[in-house]
Design a protein around this ligand. Structure first.
Ligand SMILES: Cc1cc2nc3c(=O)[nH]c(=O)nc-3n(C[C@H](O)[C@H](O)[C@H](O)COP(=O)(O)O)c2cc1C
Length: 248
């Protein structure tokens, strides 16, 4: 009988031990669940991560490499077309207005530069003749060829693209560039800029957006050509303010 009582006590004790171990186990798994209960915060953190990505794309902060180092080298490219020779209100210039703005952007952001140069430079160096050639190209929706090899666009997140306003539009050679590189530019952040003598940005942003589908086009900058030659401090200030507002 005493043996039976002993064995009953033993069984009750071992059952108690098992129950308390089980309780510990389930407390442990509740903690795990709690930490994986963080998923209830995940949509928020995913949104935050997505926001960061958008911000990072817009501000062009260098992404970290796999080894955790910040990417070296530029992830920004400035593509531009610009003419020297006789230009409206400034006489004969040897440094194009748009080139001056393009170089300011590159200075500020550490971007690489690519100049769109005509393959066959048929553009006159006198203003009146140049306007005639440009008008003809526009009427014919010409696609003049450009020279040289475009840098590997896959290395860039952001591409600034600038040109003089010609007859209220991008010069036709820029459409050649957009169309030939539409696939490589798609998915990138594009930032238009113009130089002009009164027409402002002339819808460069919307036209760029239509020419390169799938890109994000940010607010553009328009600078007076005359200021580029004669008031570079004010142009540089406009460029810097604009870049800062865009987060560069
Ligand atoms: C062919 C041609 C057409 C132009 N059309 C316009 C125009 O429609 N609106 C405007 O404000 N300026 C116009 N301009 C002035 C240029 O946009 C301005 O001078 C520009 O800064 C030139 O830049 P670049 O030196 O980089 O070529 C035109 C100039 C040329 C040569």
């Amino acid at each position: 009988m005493r043996k039976n009582i002993k064995s009953l006590i033993c069984r009750v004790l071992s059952l108690g031990l098992i129950l308390s171990l089980a309780a510990c186990g389930s407390a442990g798994s509740r903690t795990e669940n709690n930490s994986s209960a963080a998923p209830s915060e995940e949509p928020g953190s995913q949104a935050a991560a997505a926001d960061d990505k958008t911000t990072s794309e817009q501000t062009n902060e260098p992404a970290d490499n796999e080894d955790g180092r910040e990417s070296e080298g530029s992830r920004i490219l400035v593509v531009y077309f610009s003419r020297t020779g006789e230009q409206y209100t400034v006489g004969v210039i040897d440094h194009g207005n748009t080139a001056i703005v393009a170089e300011m952007i590159a200075d500020e952001t550490g971007a690489d530069l690519f100049e769109v140069l005509p393959e066959d430079d048929h553009y006159p160096m006198t203003y009146a003749e140049l306007t005639d050639v440009a008008k003809k190209e526009q009427n014919e929706k010409a696609r003049p060829a450009y020279a040289g090899d475009v840098p590997d666009l896959s290395q860039y997140d952001t591409v600034f693209i600038g040109a003089p306003v010609w007859w209220g539009d991008w010069p036709m050679i820029m459409y050649t560039f957009f169309e030939e590189n539409a696939e490589a530019l798609s998915g990138k952040t594009l930032v238009p800029f113009s130089t002009h003598e009164g027409s402002g940005l002339s819808g460069f942003d919307k036209k760029l957006s239509s020419a390169v589908s799938g890109s994000t086009v940010l607010k553009g900058l328009a600078a007076r050509g005359n200021d580029c030659q004669n008031d570079q401090d004010s142009v540089r200030k406009s460029v810097n303010d604009w870049l800062m507002k865009l987060g560069f």
